[in-house]
Design a protein around this ligand. Structure first.
Ligand SMILES: O=P(O)(O)OC[C@H]1O[C@H](O)[C@H](O)[C@@H](O)[C@@H]1O
Length: 278
């Protein structure tokens, strides 16, 4: 049976647990509207993950899961972003265990002031150990002859290898502009594909601190960069401006499927129209 439960989480922070009738579940901390867990029991996999050393101590954000990157005014934040807004986050689990996040942000300034913001669903995915599996999977990954997992971008349900697929081989922090609405993360080790669909969020961020930077982040385990890359649906290049009363909507949907892509479904000749900022 589908169920929604309010429970105490780490450090007594309140969280909502969603359970879908076929066994999928998700957990959302009310602090930050932060999804910390998304599981699909049918496939016995954790789909998103949070750091083992994550702090659950406001006002610090929680490391991992799906932090919402948006001005979240504390008294200090209000000094640089002095606005009033209503933010409604809808978190839903679909019948197949898909996780759907819909954010609605409305300008509630009582004067005539518009405000401007950028936004991202800073999604940390749970993937296999890149360094441990790469050589084995190199030989298996006949479709792409890449390392054990990589990201490809797809257009209109057809999957295209971009010929220079994004691989995680070192520190990365890139913003891809005006990407297709669907991004797939292929994890050959786990033989599964994580699919991110987005709406209202034209850009995408790909981030992984890799080993050296990971050691400098207090709430990120030294080795966790190997298991939790971040691929984020975002609106960055063109900030969103809302006048009082106006509302913006940005949606991200995640699903997980067994990897079934093969070379016949790929067209390496197709180029993606993606600008890389850095
Ligand atoms: O440490 P955080 O504030 O959570 O940020 C972690 C990372 O998030 C994003 O992906 C940004 O593009 C990176 O520049 C940043 O380092």
């Amino acid at each position: 049976m589908a169920a929604v439960e309010l429970a105490k989480g780490i450090n007594s922070l309140e969280k909502i647990i969603l359970r879908e009738s076929r066994g999928s579940s998700a957990e959302v901390y009310l602090y930050g509207g932060h999804v910390t867990s998304w599981k699909n029991e049918a496939m016995s996999m954790e789909r998103s993950c949070f750091s083992s050393v994550a702090l659950f101590k406001p006002p610090k954000p929680i490391r991992g899961g799906i932090p919402l990157c948006f001005p979240q005014p504390s008294v200090e934040d209000m000094k640089i972003w002095p606005h009033s807004y209503e933010f409604r986050l809808r978190v839903a689990l679909g019948p197949g265990g898909d996780l759907m996040l819909t954010s609605r942000i409305r300008n509630t300034n009582s004067d005539e002031r518009p405000f401007t913001f950028t936004f991202a669903y800073h999604t940390y995915f749970s993937v296999s150990d890149i360094s441990k599996c790469s050589s084995a999977c190199l030989s298996k990954a006949t479709c792409f002859s890449m390392m054990n997992f990589h990201t490809i971008l797809s257009v209109n349900n057809k999957i295209y290898d971009n010929g220079d697929a994004i691989t995680f081989e070192g520190q990365v922090d890139k913003i891809y502009l005006s990407t297709p609405t669907k991004i797939a993360i292929l994890d050959h080790e786990k033989k599964r594909t994580l699919v991110l669909r987005k709406d209202g969020l034209p850009d995408a961020v790909v981030w992984n601190p890799w080993d050296k930077m990971a050691k400098t982040i207090p709430d990120f385990g030294d080795d966790e960069y190997m298991y939790m890359p971040s691929v984020e649906a975002a609106a960055i290049k063109k900030p969103i401006t809302l006048k009082p009363g106006e509302e913006w909507r940005g949606r991200q949907e995640l699903s997980a499927v067994p990897s079934s892509y093969c070379s016949g479904q790929l067209d390496p000749q197709k180029d993606l129209q993606v600008d890389v900022l850095q």
